[in-house]
Design a protein around this ligand. Structure first.
Ligand SMILES: [Zn+2]
Length: 436
């Protein structure tokens, strides 16, 4: 591929790398978290035990329900086992309690209901959570008091939990992490972090050893899943090779992954806009077109994936087009810096609310795999363009991050050493046994 060494593109690529900010963070779909001293490692991943703050009395019971799509407060109360017209009246008229009526599907509500079906108290967590140091999750509590109710807004405490796990991979990455109780999100992040070094579909050998240090952030005493997850370090021993990465916050406050030797791992573009899919048709200037039966160039890459699979922005950029184009069907075109564009075709649909001009971050879901336009089956057709000319995204040179400054290197070395010592303490066999 001669275009890869096109000096103009190399210049473009380096410029893209230099102007990236939080790409390394957003690539993994988590909000930037404050860099803190690493807490003491825990070697077992345990789910938190739900301990409601509401005391259960013999006459009452405490129940938690997840809000369903399109649910009304009345139907939610019914599922909670309540029959309480006064509560409904209060919740729909009180200024603070009215927030309760914004019932977001998937969130949970915990209520104490007495023997008469009356709501004694009810808790609802709402509000956007920003995790960059501001712990501003909020919770609404409505309590029965005398003849009426009072509504109280309060911040929800967050539980930060650092976990370490070591697993031996005998079939697939996900099978191994599932068996060890490691969240799927963490497994996906690991695949992204080592993207370009290890192809987890093809390169894994039986008996590969994975060690991972990660952090989850949850709302305290909530049944909801983590509101933030991030990998702090990963180490993979596979086929006689060692692959590793450690998260490090640079002097400018921006974090990214480095090898333990201080080599940067940040990439301006993900190779693969779909997690764990395979290339079904590569980039070529001549191929037999599956629909037209004639020989045409295929100036993109096809990824086979089931209909509905999320498609991720391979790099941060701006939506240049989201709509229908003949042949391409439903298509998204993203404009990145310095004349780079990426195109995602045959989509079944777009991420909700996606519009021309929107900013998207690397890794953000922009649409879903489909077979709109001229397609014989569900797949993603992906193009990577430099100054309007398609290049092979599988071969194009990905820019590297800025090397560590001398001052950063010392801080990095001690951080990396600390993490390496933690990871080395893990014995995969012993830990695997505890999960059996
Ligand atoms: Zn294609």
């Amino acid at each position: 591929m001669t275009r890869i060494s096109d000096p103009r593109f190399n210049k473009v690529a380096v410029a893209v790398a230099a102007t990236l900010t939080f790409a390394a963070v957003t690539a993994f779909g988590v909000a930037p978290l404050r860099e803190a001293e690493l807490p003491a490692p825990e070697t077992v991943v345990e789910s938190l035990v739900f301990q409601p703050e509401i005391a259960e009395t013999p006459d009452s019971f405490v129940q938690t329900e997840r809000i369903r799509r399109g649910e009304t407060l009345a139907s939610l109360l019914e599922r909670l086992g309540a029959a309480d017209a006064d509560f409904l009246q209060f919740a729909s008229s009180d200024k603070s309690a009215r927030k309760l009526l914004q019932l977001y599907a998937g969130r949970s509500v915990t209520a104490e209901i007495d023997g008469l079906g009356r709501v004694m108290s009810l808790q609802y967590r709402y509000g956007n959570l920003v995790i960059d140091g501001q712990e501003n999750a909020t919770r609404l509590t409505i309590k029965r008091e005398g003849e009426g109710f009072v509504a109280v807004d309060e911040p929800v405490p967050l539980d930060r939990h650092t976990a370490m796990a070591a697993v031996t991979i005998n079939s697939s990455l996900f099978a191994a992490t599932d068996a060890a109780g490691i969240p799927d999100r963490v497994a996906s992040m690991v695949a992204d972090i080592l993207d370009g070094e290890v192809d987890f579909r093809r390169d894994l050998r039986r008996g590969a050893e994975l060690r991972v240090l990660y952090e989850t952030v949850r709302e305290a005493d909530s049944l909801d899943g983590p509101v933030g997850t991030r990998v702090l370090a990963v180490q993979l021993l596979n086929d006689g090779e060692r692959h590793e990465a450690v998260w490090f916050e640079r002097d400018d406050g921006k974090g990214e992954f480095f090898g333990f030797d201080g080599r940067g791992m940040r990439k301006a573009f993900l190779r693969n806009p779909i997690e764990f899919s395979r290339v079904s048709s590569g980039f070529t200037n001549r191929r037999l077109h599956p629909v037209f039966g004639s020989v045409r160039a295929h100036k993109g890459v096809d990824f086979a994936a089931p209909s509905g699979t999320p498609v991720r922005a391979s790099g941060s950029g701006v939506v240049d087009f989201a709509g229908w184009q003949n042949g391409y069907g439903k298509v998204v075109v993203l404009r990145h810096r310095n004349g780079v564009e990426t195109l995602y075709a045959h989509l079944r649909g777009f991420a909700s609310g996606l519009n021309k001009g929107d900013k998207v971050e690397q890794g953000e879901v922009i649409g879903y795999v489909g077979m709109t336009g001229w397609a014989t089956g569900p797949h993603l057709h992906y193009e990577f363009m430099v100054d309007g000319r398609q290049v092979d995204p599988m071969k194009v040179a990905m820019p590297e991050s800025e090397p560590l400054e001398a001052a950063e290197r010392e801080r990095f070395a001690s951080h990396a050493e600390q993490v390496a010592v933690q990871l080395a303490q893990l014995d995969p066999l012993r830990i695997a046994a505890r999960f059996e």
